[in-house]
Write a protein that binds this ligand. Structure first.
Ligand SMILES: Nc1ncnc2c1ncn2[C@@H]1O[C@H](COP(=O)(O)OP(=O)(O)OP(=O)(O)O)[C@@H](O)[C@H]1O
Ligand SMILES: [Mg+2]
Length: 397
């Protein structure tokens, strides 16, 4: 006796696999593609949940990239070890692993079941192979009725191959894109450094010219140094390699720490700084280092685009279960037509290059970080009067 759904399954599977294959070449939106792959994996194999885990060779762990049943916040913190997990076993063996009673298997990593509140019964895990190297695992857990079959393994293997191609494509594309941009950004400061060193070779230059050349070399080298860090951060964020480590911390000392970093610059520009942070402000639960990075860019912008003798104000307050941090300046301001582009990658308001060095990546990175914390970043500005950036973060994730 056949159940009514059986004859339709291969056709449906075939159609879904073709659909995904068609999009594979066309889409660059890795996240939505991977999400469709795990959804198809769960539905076609009749599993309770499916997920894609990516391998981090440095830390010898697999971390969740996409899953049908996990919230973003939970997913970010979940990982399984390479040794001592069935997903790890599939990756190490480079072969699918299928279990009917995973929880009794010595290789099963039981810790996750507690976090997800799913008791893993049956499991099937296939390795994702790109260029002959295992890069991750596609797994489906808890077949709704019966046991995972050869057909399920076949379907997951095909979906896994598609996921591997998608991940590989996205990584290559990102690399090429970022390398092109980095080369472009690096040219101008390198040119300035070369010009200054050539000038220093002339014995007859004045002391003032000599000092200027050395200052230029130092300034541009510092900028190149910052630029490399920015690009590494960006590459990590965009490839999904950036991991967020949540901790509880007070905002006021963090703001002081950031302002301290800029103390010399603030003094040199004759700027005054004011902070308004209440003593009873609740602590934030977030990645402290990444939130610091957001504040560093906002304060650096408030300095770079201020007027001599201007003001900077950093305030924080609580509002409906959110923590709001604002950074305001009395600078040049931003005209309305530029506001909507401000958070785009590499966007700089025309004329900014004459005012200050920058790559136009800072606000884009801020937005990525704030949104990874389920928060928002906004801006208000009046040309000629000043600008305020408003970061809004949920107090509990
Ligand atoms: N406080 C501000 N006042 C006026 N304009 C601003 C302010 N902050 C940002 N901008 C404008 O927005 C652009 C983008 O800012 P963003 O921080 O992304 O880049 P950047 O400061 O130019 O370079 P980077 O941060 O990568 O060193 C700036 O180039 C500038 O034109
Ligand atoms: Mg900036």
């Amino acid at each position: 006796m056949m159940t009514p759904s059986v004859p339709q399954l291969p056709l449906e599977a075939y159609r879904r696999l073709l659909d995904i294959a068609r999009d594979l070449a066309a889409t660059l939106d890795l996240e939505s593609l991977l999400h469709r792959i795990v959804t198809a994996a769960a539905e076609l194999s009749d599993a309770e949940a499916a997920s894609i885990l990516l391998y981090d060779p440095q830390r010898k762990i697999l971390h969740f990239q996409t899953a049908t049943n996990l919230s973003g916040a939970l997913q970010e913190t979940m990982q399984v070890p390479l040794e001592g997990s069935l997903a790890g076993l599939a990756l190490r063996r480079r072969r699918p692993v299928r279990r009917q009673h995973a929880h009794t298997d010595p290789d099963h990593y039981g810790h996750l079941d507690k976090l997800t509140h799913i008791a893993t019964e049956s499991l099937i895990a296939v390795p994702l192979i790109a260029n002959g190297e295992p890069i991750g695992v596609l797994e489906a857990v808890n077949k709704r009725s019966g046991a995972f079959s050869d057909a399920d393994e076949e379907i997951l293997t095909v979906l896994g191959a598609q996921a591997a191609v998608a991940i590989q494509n996205a990584r290559l594309f990102l690399q090429a894109d970022l390398i092109a941009e980095l080369v472009h950004e690096v040219r101008t400061p390198l040119g300035a450094i070369l010009a200054a060193t050539q000038l220093l070779r002339f014995p007859q230059i004045s002391e003032a010219q000599r000092r200027q050349a050395i200052d230029a070399i130092e300034r541009e080298a510092r900028y190149l140094n910052e630029l490399t860090t920015t690009f590494l951060d960006l590459a990590a964020l965009e490839s999904g390699r950036a991991r967020f480590h949540r901790e509880r911390f007070a905002v006021a000392p963090l703001v002081d720490e950031v302002l301290q970093l800029f103390a010399a610059e603030i003094e040199a520009a004759g700027l005054t700084v004011e902070t308004a942070i209440p003593h009873d402000l609740p602590p934030l639960e977030a990645d402290r280092g990444k939130i610091k990075q957001v504040l560093i860019n906002l304060v650096s912008n408030a300095i770079k685009y201020n007027r001599p003798g201007g003001k900077i104000r950093v305030a924080a307050y609580r509002e409906n279960g959110h923590l709001v941090v604002t950074v305001s300046d009395t600078g040049v301001g931003i005209a309305p037509e530029h506001l909507k582009h401000l958070f785009e990658k590499f966007y700089r308001v025309p004329g900014s290059a004459q005012r200050a060095t920058g790559s136009g990546l800072g606000l884009y990175i801020c937005k990525r970080i704030v949104e990874a914390h389920h928060g928002h970043i906004r801006v208000h500005s009046k040309p000629g009067e000043g600008t305020t950036f408003i970061v809004d973060l949920p107090l509990t994730p």
